[in-house]
Design a protein around this ligand. Structure first.
Ligand code: FES
Length: 91
């Protein structure tokens, strides 16, 4: 393998996992919409933070789950109201 160059200082993962059996998942709890809104809010203040969709982060019952790396901070039950706080964390 090779180490991939990148322009990012931080990475935000937003779980958007969907389960076809209808069981609890971040997709049912608004993960995709949250991802879009966090991405837009972060892009408005910085270009060196990547906001990516992720698969299941194993906190399905308290989703949507958001992880801020490399800080290793994990958040559950994230709502649109939390976006300003997330943006402040990565500024
Ligand atoms: S579906 Fe999002 S943490 Fe499992």
């Amino acid at each position: 393998m090779i180490e991939a160059p990148h322009p990012y200082r931080k990475l935000i993962l937003v779980c958007t996992n969907a389960r076809e059996d209808g069981s609890n998942c971040c997709a049912l709890r608004g993960g995709s919409d949250l991802h879009t809104k966090i991405k837009m809010a972060v892009k408005a203040v910085t270009s060196d933070v990547r906001v990516s969709r992720s698969g299941c982060l194993d906190n399905c019952n308290t989703g949507p789950t958001v992880v801020v790396m490399p800080d290793n901070r994990w958040f559950g039950e994230v709502t649109e109201a939390d976006i300003p706080l997330i943006v402040e964390m990565v500024r």
